[in-house]
Write a protein that binds this ligand. Structure first.
Ligand code: HEM
Length: 159
């Protein structure tokens, strides 16, 4: 398998070393690859996407634990409150230019901080980049999945 299978994860060096030694990440990626027919774009998309889903489910757990909040939220409202944009997406400049008074050259990698931009602007379309060429193909599936989780959790409680 190509380079995706060597771990490039930044951050905690000790943890990364442990992952290298145990082969845990390599096994997880191989399992994921087998589920998407070895499609590297698929492996990448799911590995990146899953963080946003986990963040949303953690948020849902907090909402659920607050009884007064739990009783007032519909599945649609709960789902909406558990959506987060990816922290960062990458773009590479095809020509030189300037952004916010800062010049950049062709080939420069630009990091777009989507979640920060959403919080600052209140523009919800940032979550899945719904109005752009690169919009997420899971933009309907993710809210529906979160609604389903909330519905099941709250109806299980009524039984
Ligand atoms: C809360 C969950 C999710 C959020 C916020 C999210 C958001 C996004 C965003 C903003 C992009 C565009 C990235 C860019 O322009 O560089 C994207 C692309 C993509 N997402 Fe998601 N996503 C989520 C979940 C998922 C899931 C669950 C899947 C698949 C199982 C998925 C599959 C993809 C794929 C394949 C692309 C690439 C589309 C392309 O380049 O044509 N996403 N996502």
């Amino acid at each position: 398998m190509p380079s995706l299978f060597s771990s490039l994860a930044p951050g905690n060096t000790l943890r990364n070393l442990a992952w290298q030694v145990t082969g845990k990440v390599t096994r997880a990626k191989a399992l994921l690859a087998s589920m998407v027919g070895g499609d590297l774009a698929g492996v990448h998309a799911v590995s990146v996407a899953i963080h946003n889903v986990v963040k949303g489910l953690n948020q849902m757990r907090s909402l659920y634990l607050d009884v007064s909040v739990r009783q007032t939220l519909t599945p649609e409202m709960a789902s909406h409150r558990c959506l987060f944009a990816p922290g960062v997406v990458l773009r590479q400049a095809t020509s030189s230019g300037t952004v916010g008074g800062c010049p950049y050259s062709a080939g420069t990698l630009l990091l777009l901080e989507l979640e920060k931009a959403r919080q600052t602007s209140g523009d919800e379309s940032m979550i899945f980049l719904a109005d752009t060429w690169s919009r997420c193909p899971a933009e309907q599936w993710v809210p529906a999945m979160l609604e389903g989780v909330w519905r099941r959790a709250t109806s299980a409680e009524e039984r």
